[in-house]
Design a protein around this ligand. Sequence first.
Ligand code: ATP
Length: 811
Amino acid sequence: VNVLINASISNNSLDDDNNEDSDKKLIRPRTVSSPRNNFPSYSNDDISVRFRNIDYRSVGSFQNIVESVSTRQSIRFNSEQVTLGASNFLSSNYESLDYDPCENNLLQDEERNKGYKFVVKKNIARWFIFLVIGIFTALIACFVDISIEQLSKLKYGYLKKLVDNCIYNDESNCLWIPYVMWTILNIILVLIGAVLVTYIEPVAAGSGIPQVKCYLNGIKIPRVVRIKTLVVKIIGVIVTVVGGLAGGKEGPMIHAGAVVAAGISQGKSTTFKRDLGIFKYFREDHEKRDFVSGGAASGVSAAFGAPIGGVLFSIEEGTSFFNQSLTWRTFFASMISTFTLNTILSAYHGHLGDLSYPGLLNFGKFETICYKIYEIPLFMIMGTIGGLLGSLWNHINYKITFFRVKYIKFKWLKVVEALCVAVMSATMGFLMIFFIDDCKSSKQFPTENPVQMYCKNGEHSAVAALWFQTPESSVRSLFHDPIGSHNDLTLIIFIPLYFILAVCTFGLNMSSGLFIPSLLIGAAWGRLIGSGFAKLCPSCTFVDPGKYALLGAAAQLGGVVRMTISLTTILIEATQGISFGLPIIIVLITAKWVGDFFNEGIYDIHIQMAGIPLLPWEAPPLSNNIYASEIMSHPVITLKTTENVGHIIEMLKCVTFNGFPVVDPPSGDHDEINCYGRIRGLILRSQLIVVLQNKIFNEYSEFWDRDVSIRIFRDEYPRYPTIEEVYITEEEKTYTIDLRPFMNPSPYILKHSATLPRTFRLFRALGLRHLPVVNDINEVIGMITRKDVARYRIWKHQGRMGLDELSITNK
Ligand code: ATP
């Protein structure tokens, strides 16, 4: 079948003679000059000149076009120019989500038939789902919390017993026994987590926040919201924390909330192959995204007991699509989550129904925190230290991740690496306990697992107290322990050791978050600063090491993740320190500004290293002189309103694109002008496949006429069959399909003269996937997708800025 397809061929990217040239243009060298130098400015006349140079009116046969497209792909998808692990490429393996609802005839029919009753029903169902999301997320959080607490008690209780036995029995050289047992316990637990993540569900690795962030941004991360991922994540995070790694449960809880939301809202499970037949009208990407944002907020809320922080987290990560009613529903889910969590945990702690029980607060309650105006410069200095340490942490982690991508490729190696870090964690802890003599009175400074070690009777080792508990409990200790509970030397040694441990742990093939480790590092150096002040000014009442520990924790975490609004609120809610809001904001903003001067937040670094086409908040500055005609791809593979079945199949097999403009058929009388049809709509690959699978051909119209509804598309969502799975007979290949009822009849389109910032805003604000580019008379001349826009990225390095044009690779 050699059907004519409308196409445009550019001389600057497709002309064979110019391949070398275009190659250079696509991968622009990084220079320190301003973007203006990279992209010389053009006047309006220049645009038309540039435009005229593009021979977009050429027509080719289908084969010609596919050939041209593959040539272009091979130029763009040039794997050789890409160093994996570096952050200078985009991966073509990540597809986008369709956040722009397809308002086709089928949807309109559905609305017309169901009327306002349906609108009310849908709204009630929405609220109900948000309620269930809140409850389920909280139940998971309770399970994780209680499991971690009980298993940690068992582990550290056992280790304490071993140490005590050794010391009391005065046996010489027996301390190796608790060390070996500590190491073995860590290895067993970490082995479970690493094997689960590496061999069963790799997407469950890490904190999950980057994945959720990408999902809300509009990128399909395969398997990210599956039940299997949730199970691996839950078990993974428990064994990570109990296994002694420097990881926390907060990030994974956010991911867990997102999976719960995605699962419940769809009323079916692909993993269990079960369809409950409910909530079918929510089986669309943009509906699912709203629930996922509610789930993520519930996750934060359950992890920190911070409902407002949860809502702000979701807004901070997905602002572009938030509206008043979604904010309200998200807040409802968060409140329900905290309420459920507190009810269950209050019962667990023996205070059923006492929701103001202080033990429910994650980081303990700060009774009174006072600060004076002259401390504000000091808070800024702490923010600066947090920014510096945070960016150093990010840089080291970037280097380690680069090394991992390059050299730790085999699955078994990834498991071995996790085990090495588990051994490292036990060794560091043990060496500190063994060598540092920091004895404290057990009466004056009570602790959960007092280990006597070489201390006198009635005393315990403060170092052991720091290590023989979960990192979260250590943060609480540093915040609230009275002055003098921790020796400065202990903290001075603890900070770099834990810093190294945390930086090595993040990025391992384990489910673990970095909130708690960062808070712990910051709390330690903050407390050190506080204790320094207490020594300098013993009579000053406002000098409380716990207060500085809290600020240090905020600064360190802010320096690593660069979130300000949600973190401030989370910390205030988790400590009930509303009066201390201003210092926390000051510290976080300073940490962000200082950190941003050197590098990006850790999540963005990891997202860039994976080549994920995330769209940042803003278009690159000074990019108004880049036009849609330069960004777009051409020739474009388009379809006619009534298209031949065989041709559609051949096309879907030849190209990997997911969206095709539907155009008017060329009217033969004005060959040159009409060879590019006017745009009539946009159709997705998934829609074409469902239509083909259901054989909705014009020739069979008498059989399906009344049965076709939007349901057939929802039934297949989200895992549509591939074109290879669709069986069509040779005869059927000669039939035709009328695409009009299925296509999006009013897709967003763009004039060729639109600038990059305008294009960017459309993609970012509307969550678009495809944007056909048209000429002055609405004829399709190009196609822009998310990756085409995400390729333009601003780079900053030590105060210098420039514009990068990333290459796209299929690695
Ligand atoms: P996504 O992967 O985001 O779901 P997609 O698969 O349709 O969308 P991309 O993978 O982003 O498209 O496209 C890769 C390149 O192919 C981009 O440069 C894009 O402009 C181009 N492209 C996409 N669709 C078409 C099309 N119908 N005709 C020609 N080029 C296209």
